[in-house]
Each structure stands twice: as structure tokens, then as C-alpha cells.
Design a protein around this ligand. Structure first.
Ligand code: FE
Ligand code: FE
Ligand code: MG
Length: 170
């Protein structure tokens, strides 16, 4: 963004760039969490869940594109070294050591809730001040809410299936 575009923001731009770099690191970790988890997962509804997890991975990568473009517009330097991702990220990366679908989904669910908190904070911080970042944050937030809902729905269905199986055995 031009200098004037930054000057008119009634906001602590340095702090905003820091928040955006943390969000950028979280998006890359979320991307890999989905991308590797989808490939390893085993268990019920695999053929439905795996492709959707890969779509979520693509969407996280697209969030990273939106965030990095805004950092550059604001005159900031995006995080340059992947080794800084876990340091900047507030969301944990959980290695998917157990490939069972529920474990994978719970790891992704934790990440989504962390992302929801992140974009709520960025939206709050920029509200009424930096309309461009605010709009970006709410756009991403809406998609994170959809991701959370998708995962909760699968977990509900898996629980229900388990309950039904119990009834059959009796
Ligand atoms: Fe995301
Ligand atoms: Fe997400
Ligand atoms: Mg989805």
C-alpha cells in the first residue's frame, strides 16, 4: 500500500503487522496439519472426510495468501523462515501420530478454534480503523467458522454411529 494508505490508519501498524505474521504462521501450520492428516487418516467416512480435509487445507493456504498480501501492503516483512512458524503461532501443531479419524479431526478442530480466536482479535483490533484488514479478517473468520462446523458435524455423526452399533450388539 502507498504511504498515505498506511498513514491514514488510526492504528498501531507495527502491532497489527505482528498479529498478521502470527496469523500467517498459524495458517501454514494449519495447512500442513490438514494436508498430512488427510493423507494418513483411517476409519469411518474416510472417503467423504479425506477430500474435504484437503479442501480445507487449500482454504488455509488461501488465507495465507490474503494475510501475506496485507502484510506487504502495510509495509511489513512477512515471516521469512518456516522455523519461525511454531515460535510465532499461538496454535499448536499436533503431529498426527495416531491416524484414527476422530484423533485427526480433534487436532484440526483445536486449530480451527485457535484460528477463530485469532481473526476475532484482528477484526476487533481493526474495527472502524483499518477497513481493509477488518474486511479480510471477517472474510477469513467466516470460513474458519464453516470449518469448525464441518468438523463438529462429522464428530457428531461418528458418535451417533458408535451409539447405533452399541444398540445392535445388545
Ligand atoms: Fe485459516
Ligand atoms: Fe480453517
Ligand atoms: Mg468444508
Amino acid at each position: 500500500m502507498g504511504k498515505y494508505g498506511v498513514d491514514i490508519l488510526n492504528i498501531d501498524v507495527k502491532k497489527l503487522i505482528q498479529m498478521l505474521n502470527e496469523a500467517l504462521s498459524e495458517e501454514w501450520l494449519a495447512y500442513y496439519q490438514y494436508w498430512i492428516g488427510a493423507r494418513l487418516m483411517e476409519g469411518p467416512m474416510r472417503s467423504e472426510i479425506e477430500p474435504e480435509l484437503l479442501i480445507h487445507a487449500d482454504q488455509e493456504l488461501n488465507h495465507a495468501v490474503l494475510v501475506v498480501n496485507r502484510i506487504i501492503q502495510l509495509g511489513g516483512t512477512p515471516v521469512l523462515n518456516p522455523s519461525d512458524w511454531p515460535k510465532l503461532s499461538r496454535c499448536d501443531y499436533d503431529p498426527p501420530e495416531d491416524p484414527y479419524v476422530e484423533v485427526i479431526l480433534n487436532q484440526n478442530l483445536k486449530g480451527e478454534r485457535c484460528a477463530i480466536q485469532r481473526y476475532k482479535e484482528i477484526a476487533d483490533f481493526t474495527s472502524g480503523k483499518d477497513h481493509t484488514t477488518h474486511q479480510m479478517a471477517t472474510t477469513i473468520l467466516n470460513e474458519e467458522l464453516e470449518h469448525e462446523q464441518d468438523i463438529e458435524d462429522w464428530l457428531t455423526d461418528i458418535d451417533r454411529m458408535k451409539e447405533d452399533l452399541k444398540k445392535i450388539r445388545v
